[in-house]
Design a protein. Structure first.
Length: 292
């Protein structure tokens, strides 16, 4: 792992947290005034707190720093300890159950495997936290995929959740490597396991960047179902659309609604791995809750 990769992963984590914080502010706007606020780019007053997206991403990044890769047993424990210390970060109902059980000493393999009648969760939680991992291992795309899958399994046993995590990590790695924006989606889909995530990614790749994000969301979703297939393809399309401009990428992402903290976290992690946070207005950086 090079210094450049370490820096890219740190930038990715900061971008993820910023996107998470920015996206979260849009859940509290008056519905009747939402279109005007989007059009006029009205920022929410500070502070902008981050959510479970960032809380878990911090633990993924910390494990890379301390161990050089994902150790599933230890990552599960770190997730559970973080949850126990601060459970009010908008964790989904399923994750409340999973992380509380792990914190109580149940083996994570049993806890995650019994979710949704034994199918495991196919939610977007594994994808929302993984972009820094893609930046960290950007020089080895096979390892990116393997490590992303490992990071997913400790909370999400369903193959679609793992596919979503792999897709986001690969997109972040390709962003770090400087791939052209018009190649990002297809290159990511080609390395995503066969899944609904991959199929929707290919569909997203057929939609031009001149399309409105709401039109793209109507085709592939934007996280309203809180599933990996419904979230990841849209987020990667938004990231590719503005791969060199983090603020514009986040504005585009929130314009379609949906699971905005998560879609913006994914987009922030992918784009910031490439460009850092140098373009971000100071008011945003001041308003966003700092990383722990």
């Amino acid at each position: 792992m090079t210094t450049a990769a370490s820096d890219a992963a740190r930038h990715s984590l900061r971008g993820l947290a910023l996107g998470d914080s920015f996206g979260e502010t849009w859940f509290f706007r008056p519905a009747a005034d939402l279109d005007r606020q989007l059009r006029d780019r009205v920022l929410a007053p500070a502070p902008w707190p981050w959510t479970d997206d960032t809380a878990m991403a911090v633990k993924v990044h910390g494990m890379l720093v301390s161990h050089g890769g994902i150790v599933p047993d230890l990552l599960a424990t770190r997730f559970a300890d973080r949850y126990r210390a601060d459970p009010y970060r908008n964790y989904g109902a399923g994750m409340h159950d999973v992380l509380a059980a792990i914190a109580d000493g149940e083996p994570w393999t049993e806890v995650t495997g019994r979710q949704f009648d034994g199918q495991g969760s196919w939610g977007n939680g594994a994808a929302m936290r993984v972009a820094p991992l893609g930046a960290w291992f950007a020089d080895d795309l096979d390892r990116v995929a393997e490590q992303a899958r490992l990071s997913a399994t400790v909370t999400h046993a369903h193959p679609e959740a793992a596919a979503g995590a792999v897709a986001v990590a690969i997109a972040a790695a390709l962003s770090t490597r400087g791939v052209d924006a018009d190649e990002l989606i297809a290159a990511t889909a080609a390395r995503t396991p066969a899944s609904d995530v991959a199929a929707r990614l290919r569909r997203a790749g057929e939609l031009p960047f001149s399309a409105e994000p709401r039109s793209v969301a109507a085709v592939v979703g934007c996280g309203a179902l809180i599933s990996a297939p419904d979230t990841v393809p849209y987020a990667i399309w938004c990231a590719a659309r503005h791969l060199d401009d983090l603020p514009e990428a986040l504005w585009a992402t929130v314009s379609a609604g949906g699971d905005m903290d998560t879609t913006c976290a994914i987009v922030g992690g992918i784009v910031a791995a490439r460009v850092g946070l140098g373009q971000v207005p100071g008011a945003w950086l001041t308003a966003a809750e700092p990383l722990p």
